[in-house]
Write a protein of this length. Structure first.
Length: 398
């Protein structure tokens, strides 16, 4: 039997490993000249494979989709992922934040070892094959040599979402599946920045500068970390973690610019005599606020009056600085996407209800997660789950 896997990202490669390890013939088709491109991109700053927190907290990170993803993540757990990684010769370690990384801190050694093992297990790679849908039971691919039709015993779709389209996953599969009758939740950017109508001063002076050690909140959810001011708005870890709430709910972001001090302590420091100092120097000397944080305060329409405010009023602005963001920045700037194939469109084996023998895994399913290892973990886990579903459908002992 031969299984066609479309998409050479983490979900597709993991499914290929599970299937080929059982002696099944596996062909991987990818539209790019190489596989694992987004996986390599994820490793540019250190490959965050998964997270070490307890499982209840871990699966809660998947929000509304936690009940669906929990059994999959339990079946291929963070510990199992670490053991798999170490089986490829890449030991892992837990960072100070609880995130898990390979000791090399890189994706390329792990990917090289992984691809070598897949090839040893007989997996065949067909690169520069752009999936264009079906012709009857045949999968249709566009290649430089013309159209190629492939008939397989089963197929797995693992084409990713629509973020970083230059790496291969641009969401072009949506219309193919929609036309086939598959229920699709519209794709939206996730783990993304949001637009802010900055003044020219902030655009020119602070673009690219980080707001470190802040706490950002919206809709009752708070995240400690940092953000980066960009010419278009705000980006960085803290706002990425809140992107689901800012995208689907409130557009008001509250930032505590001095979270290490409570309101009373900030008020007390601001009560010190300013002498001849400007407000900017007073904020810098008494609170150690960096220029970018002071720049945010100066974005307020009442900036000309702030120098006359009582210390407790000014302290409130610093502890509860509010800014209205517009919509998310463009999809191709997002780390990941939300939306995709609705889980109700799949049966218990991860097979499309309207397309017997066709399965789906990875980011093209309708789930999202914050950064921190949760994205990769679920991609791997859904790949394992779909592979086992294929074997169950083919009546191969799992």
């Amino acid at each position: 039997m031969r299984i066609a896997i479309i998409g050479g990202g983490p979900a597709g490669l993991m499914a290929a490993e599970v299937l080929s390890a059982r002696g099944l013939g596996v062909d991987i088709y990818d539209r790019k000249p190489s596989v694992g491109r987004k996986f390599l991109m994820a490793g540019r700053g250190g490959l965050n494979l998964t997270h070490s927190e307890d499982m209840d907290a871990f699966v809660a990170r998947y929000g509304a989709k936690a009940p669906v993803l929990a059994p999959l993540v339990h079946a291929f757990s963070p510990q199992a992922l670490r053991q798999w990684c170490e089986g490829l010769g890449e030991k892992t370690f837990v960072g100070s934040s609880g995130r898990v990384f390979p000791e090399s801190f890189k994706a390329s050694p792990l990917l090289r070892a992984w691809l070598a093992r897949l090839e040893k297990q007989g997996v065949i790679f067909h690169l520069n094959h752009d999936w264009q849908g079906w012709d009857g039971d045949a999968l249709v691919f566009g290649t430089v040599d013309g159209t190629v039709r492939v008939v397989a015993d089963a197929a797995l779709l693992a084409l990713g979402g629509a973020s970083w389209p230059r790496l291969g996953s641009d969401g072009s599969w949506v219309h193919i599946l929609y036309d086939a009758g598959v229920v699709i939740t519209p794709l939206q950017p996730a783990n993304c920045g949001f637009g802010v109508a900055w003044s020219d001063v902030s655009k020119n002076k602070f673009a690219g500068q980080p707001l470190k050690s802040i706490v950002a909140s919206t809709d009752g959810v708070s995240v400690a970390g940092e953000m980066v001011v960009s010419a278009q708005g705000l980006e960085g870890g803290a706002i990425y973690a809140l992107s689901q709430y800012l995208r689907d709910g409130s557009r008001v972001l509250t930032i505590d610019l001095k979270p290490d001090l409570d309101l009373a302590a900030v008020t007390a420091r601001l009560s010190k005599s300013r002498g001849g100092d400007s407000l900017t120097n007073h904020l810098r000397k008494t609170l150690g606020l960096p220029p970018v944080a002071i720049g945010l305060l100066m974005e307020r329409p009442d900036r000309a009056q702030m120098g006359t405010y009582a210390p407790e009023t000014l302290a409130g602005l610093i502890k509860y600085y509010q800014i209205t963001v517009s919509g998310p920045l463009s999809m191709d700037r997002a780390i990941s996407t939300a939306g995709g194939i609705a889980f109700d469109a799949l049966d218990a084996n991860a097979m499309l209800r309207v397309k017997p023998g066709v399965f789906a895994a990875g980011e093209m399913l309708d789930w999202e997660a914050p950064t921190g290892g949760y994205l990769l973990q679920a991609s791997f886990a859904t790949g394992v789950y779909a592979a086992r579903g294929i074997m169950a459908w083919l009546k191969i002992d799992v």
